[in-house]
Design a protein around this ligand. Structure first.
Ligand code: GLN
Length: 286
């Protein structure tokens, strides 16, 4: 019995090795004759066919758009209707219409969107996502569509913290996977406390369980004047300049399609109208 299974195992091992050998051979065999082929068929019918095939690879009836549900006023749930609304939602719908494509919006946690764009799980990502060198390693971005930056905010009654320089040893809340989380770790001596939802970060400061929060200016401002009920105040200057971009998997041909549509919407006033609807002013120079 034992001997038998030993031989069976040996046989199995040989088969596996043989299979590996063959597959390696086939790949190298296939690769060789292909290159002269390509040279020969330059700008012939076959070349055109190849182009069409490449287009068919990414053209879809419906493209998935990943976004978030907790980032006022860019994407959030309307308190009465429960509908997903916001600047990014209006913008991506207008862009899809301009580009002549169908989209389907999916919501998930912000850090999951960043990861999901890198892995190609979604076709498009729009979530107030800052264009960073690090993210650019795994994600392709559109041209910038919004200028933001980071700020420190504290409870309205807090007089100790006047700026980022007063944060050493303090508990500073933020959101998991955000540029603010990186900022706190790299540029302050504060104790970072990151939550999946940014509203939790703010609520902890309002409730006195944390000293301060660091997040994107437009989000802090909007939250402070709505849900925050005047309990949060911004202190000090804007810490960094950041720009938001629409995200695509690396090499996606959709990037240029949406980018061209964005240029059109910036030129024809649609972008400025959407901007005014959510920020009550026209964007600079438009
Ligand atoms: N702009 C920030 C970032 O990209 C936060 C975005 C968000 O919370 N949706 O990290």
């Amino acid at each position: 019995m034992r001997k038998k299974s030993y031989f069976a195992f040996l046989l199995f091992l040989m088969l596996v090795l043989a299979a590996c050998g063959t597959s390696e051979d086939t790949t190298s065999n296939e690769a060789e004759p292909e290159s002269p082929d390509v040279e020969e068929t330059e700008s012939t019918d076959e070349g055109q066919e190849e182009e069409e095939e490449a287009a068919a690879d990414w053209e879809k009836d419906v493209y998935t758009v990943a976004t978030d549900t907790n980032y006022v006023p860019f994407e959030f749930l309307d308190q009465d209707s429960g509908e997903l609304i916001g600047f990014d939602i209006d913008l991506i719908n207008a862009l899809a219409e301009e580009a002549g494509i169908n989209i389907e919006i999916e919501t998930l946690e912000f850090s999951g969107i960043v990861a999901g764009m890198g892995s190609g799980r979604f076709d498009i990502g729009i979530a107030g996502m800052t264009i960073t060198e690090e993210r650019k390693e795994n994600i392709d971005f559109s041209q910038p569509y919004y200028d933001a930056g980071l700020v420190v905010a504290v409870h309205v009654d807090n007089e100790d913290i006047q700026s980022v320089d007063d944060l050493a040893g303090k508990t500073v809340t933020t959101r998991v996977g955000s540029t603010s989380e990186t900022y706190i770790i790299e540029n302050t001596e504060a104790i970072p406390e990151a939550f999946p939802q940014i509203t939790e970060a703010y609520q902890n400061v309002i409730a006195g369980r944390a000293d301060a929060t660091i997040y994107d200016v437009p989000n802090v401002q909007y939250y402070a004047s709505t849900e925050g009920g005047g309990q949060l105040k911004i202190v000090g200057d804007t810490l960094t300049g950041e720009q938001y971009g629409i995200a695509f998997p690396k090499g996606s041909p959709l990037r240029d399609v949406i980018d061209d549509a964005l240029t059109t919407l910036k030129e024809n006033g649609t972008y400025a109208d959407i901007y005014e609807k959510w920020f009550n002013e026209r964007p600079d120079g438009m």
